[in-house]
Write a protein that binds this ligand. Structure first.
Ligand code: AMP
Ligand code: MN
Ligand code: MN
Ligand code: MN
Length: 273
């Protein structure tokens, strides 16, 4: 079993990198990519655990991209985590996450969330601060029912805790990934709430910019979505990748390794072979 998209406490996942690897190994995953948001900080620990559990660990990251005033996620796989271009790029994204967290916290204080920045920082525990950390605080303070509700009421564009973020552009991010010897995968094409026309524009832009693969099967994709993504991939001569996007054992319907195999009519991404 292979899973090429997962999160740990280095960003908004609930398990430490070693606990994630342990869970993956016990569920029969043989090759795992750790792909935290805008960081490779969990890789060293995950590698050590993977060696102990006898599974293969791919160094990855899920990098936020600004495209047409929207945010996309590009997963880099098989990265040299010491490569200077990649390190500098991720450093910039991390600085942006810090200043964004300050503004999100200010905004949320107006709707009654107290001490948001310090508490989000403490929850992130040295890892990247994401909107998920603020969502959990809103739930803890009974300002939202669950993560989903917190995003819907406060954290999405147009809501009071939202702060527009300018991430790096598509060409730049593909450059970082390729400089580090990795391949670039457009994450969860159905995860952005785009219309079909926008989704196809996004895939075309990703292919034109030199992207390598699109994530066809995820922990939440339907068979119908997977065949549409397979068509998108073929149209733009992109390969196909798979990854659960696992964050937490509490999401029992979305576990590490729980992802369908690639449809047969798409060339597999390099790391699926
Ligand atoms: P950020 O990169 O800080 O903007 O945070 C994005 C993360 O928030 C995503 O990777 C998801 O894990 C999570 N997220 C985004 N939208 C939702 C939602 N509607 N419900 C729950 N989690 C979400
Ligand atoms: Mn996430
Ligand atoms: Mn994502
Ligand atoms: Mn993800």
């Amino acid at each position: 079993m292979i899973d090429l998209h997962t999160h740990s406490t280095a960003s908004d996942g609930q398990l430490s990198p070693s606990a994630l690897v342990e869970r993956a190994a016990s569920r029969g995953v043989q090759r795992l990519a750790l792909t935290d948001h805008d960081t490779t900080a969990g890789i060293t620990e995950a590698r050590r655990a993977a060696a102990a559990y006898g599974i293969e660990l791919l160094a990855g990251a899920e990098i936020s991209v600004s495209w047409e005033r929207r945010t996309l996620h590009v997963v880099g796989l098989g990265l040299d985590i010491e490569q200077p271009t990649l390190l500098a790029g991720l450093g910039r994204q991390q600085a942006e996450r810090e200043t964004r967290a300050v503004s999100i916290s200010e905004r949320l204080s107006r709707i009654g969330l107290e001490d948001g920045l310090a508490r989000a920082r403490s929850r992130a525990d040295g890892g990247q601060i994401t909107r998920s950390h603020f969502a959990d605080l809103l739930v803890a303070d009974s300002l939202a029912r669950n993560r989903q509700d917190a995003f819907k009421r406060y954290l999405r564009p147009g809501r009071p805790g939202y702060r527009r973020t300018v991430w790096a552009g598509l060409a730049e991010v593909l450059d970082w990934i390729h400089a580090a010897g990795g391949s670039a995968v457009l994450a969860h094409p159905f995860g952005y709430g785009f219309s079909g026309a926008w989704r196809r524009r996004m895939v075309a832009a990703f292919a034109d910019a030199g992207g390598d693969a699109i994530e066809i099967c995820t922990g939440v994709s339907s068979v119908e979505q997977e065949s549409q993504s397979a068509r998108d991939a073929r149209r733009h001569t992109l390969a196909g990748s798979i990854g659960s996007d696992f964050h937490s054992p509490e999401q029992f319907w979305l576990d590490v390794g729980r992802v369908r195999a690639l449809p047969p009519n798409v060339p597999p991404a390099k790391h699926l072979i």
